[in-house]
Design a protein around this ligand. Structure first.
Ligand SMILES: O=C(CO)COP(=O)(O)O
Length: 222
């Protein structure tokens, strides 16, 4: 994949299964085709297989456990999401936080299965630690801005700059995403201008009346 990456995290917003995820996946595919942007979706596990099967978009799990297949009730393995068609996985989202040892174990599992790993972080120090582990991406999301509609690009551009700097210092091969409150093309443009490789967002698309229009706005200034 080339160019900036936009990942839409569907979290657990849907009350049921299927409908919302397929609508957003269809919009992601449509806007990606029109614009040439790379737009991935991170659906709930219950929707992952159907999205991967029926929609030509990169699909990310929202989390994987750092275990190998076996007696682990209530866990989800890298092997399972890979087999269901996932392309990658988020690890350590602020709403699904892990210890450093667990992050490393989940990353090892992702690597074992060829899943692209996006380690989410909440500040510059954890961004540097995550970069040291060498995932494909780290995604810095200040937790206090998540879901607020207040964009990290405008409210806290400094954390993006410092995170990009930290990653370049620790492991320049790692790419950087940012997120929290991202909802417009302007937010995306600012984030890219500060040195990131894309954005991770949720409510700006998931809660939009027209997800395709929201996605078109996001890619409008690329
Ligand atoms: O947590 C996020 C994406 O993973 C950001 O959520 P919002 O885009 O709703 O602020």
């Amino acid at each position: 994949m080339t160019g900036p990456l936009i990942i839409v995290n569907l979290k657990a917003y849907a009350e049921g299964t299927g409908e919302q995820a397929t609508r957003i996946a269809a919009a992601a595919r449509e806007v990606a085709e029109e614009s040439g942007a790379v737009i991935g979706v991170a659906p709930a596990y219950t929707d992952l297989g159907i999205i991967a099967r029926d929609y030509d978009v990169p699909v990310y799990a929202q989390h994987i456990d750092g275990v190998t297949p076996g007696a682990h009730t209530g866990h989800v393995t890298a092997e399972q999401v890979r087999a269901a068609g996932a392309f990658g996985t988020l690890i350590n989202h602020s709403e699904r936080r892990l210890t450093l040892a667990e992050i490393e174990a989940s990353l090892t599992a992702a690597r074992r299965c060829g899943l692209q790993a996006v380690i989410c972080t909440n500040n510059v120090a954890t961004t540097a630690a995550a970069a040291a582990l060498g995932p494909e991406y780290v995604a810095i999301e200040p937790p206090e801005l998540i879901g607020t509609g207040v964009s990290v690009s405008k409210a806290d551009p400094g954390i993006i700059e410092r995170s990009v700097e930290a990653v370049r210092r620790v492991n320049p091969a790692v790419k950087v995403l940012t997120g929290a409150g991202i909802s417009t093309g302007e937010c995306v443009k600012i984030a890219l201008g500060l040195g990131t490789d894309g954005v991770l967002l949720a409510s700006g698309v998931v809660k939009a009346q027209d997800p395709a229009a929201a996605l078109r706005d996001l890619v409008s200034l690329l």
